[in-house]
Ligand binder design. Structure first.
Ligand code: FAD
Length: 196
């Protein structure tokens, strides 16, 4: 899994402070920790929407991105399986529960090769990639750009860092969380990576 921060709003704390300053909600405090606690505890989170983060995410499964794009308050651009031809095969994610067992691993890998061969067979017989892709599995690698504002990121982290979330998107959320936390830790004071 590759997770790279491509861009983010410059001086994010200062921008949020400016947005808050036009309300009559509070006196300015120079303590960022107190400031973000005050906003978040009151549920006054709209100023966080002015700050956004853009990530490039790659070498993840289509199973992951199918879950990711359910988050509606975000912008996405994903590698197209209509325009990319997988005529030299495709790369894929092997879940750890399969990879740890030789027999399961072999069956899984063989199925990936079969999918790639059928895809190739269809394409050389004139089937367009947009139709041949119907045989590609959820495990197939993909790349996606995602832009989320800080308010949505907080929501995304809460639901996708959870122990109830699926392992691959949980790992993505963890990596994104660590990146955002380095830039604006005060805005994530109430969100942690659950252990286990
Ligand atoms: C552990 C787990 C299991 C899941 N299992 C399934 C499953 O089996 N099947 C399935 O289909 N999905 C499943 N999902 C996806 C889940 O239902 C959501 O679609 C997904 O997490 C996107 O989050 P969201 O809807 O909270 O908010 P986002 O789209 O990220 O939006 C953020 C917030 O904005 C508000 N919002 C956005 N749009 C609307 C709207 N139209 N109306 C009202 N409020 C809105 C809500 O408060 C929402 O929480 C699962 C998610 C998790 C974390």
């Amino acid at each position: 899994m590759i997770v790279k921060l491509e861009a983010f709003t410059p001086n994010p704390k200062e921008l949020i402070r400016k947005a808050v300053s036009i309300t009559t909600m509070t006196e300015w405090t120079s303590d960022w920790s107190k400031f973000f606690k005050m906003l978040i505890k009151r549920g006054a989170e709209s100023p966080l929407e002015h700050v956004s983060f853009t990530f490039f995410i790659s070498d993840v499964s289509r199973a992951l991105t199918h879950q990711l794009v359910r988050h509606r308050i975000a912008s996405y651009t994903q590698e197209s399986q209509r325009y990319v031809k997988y005529d030299k095969g495709f790369r894929y994610v092997i879940p750890p529960s399969i990879e740890k067992d030789d027999e399961l691993n072999n069956v899984f890998r063989k199925h990936m090769v079969d999918c790639a061969n059928i895809y190739h067979f269809l394409v050389v017989h004139g089937v367009p990639p947009e139709d041949a892709r119907f045989v590609l599995p959820n495990a197939c690698h993909t790349s996606i750009y995602v832009t989320m504002n800080l308010r949505e990121l907080r929501h995304f982290f809460k639901v996708r860092l959870s122990q109830f979330a699926q392992w691959e998107i949980r790992e993505l959320a963890r990596q994104m969380y660590e990146i955002v936390k380095k830039i604006i830790p005060e805005a994530l004071y109430d969100i942690n990576v659950p252990s286990g």
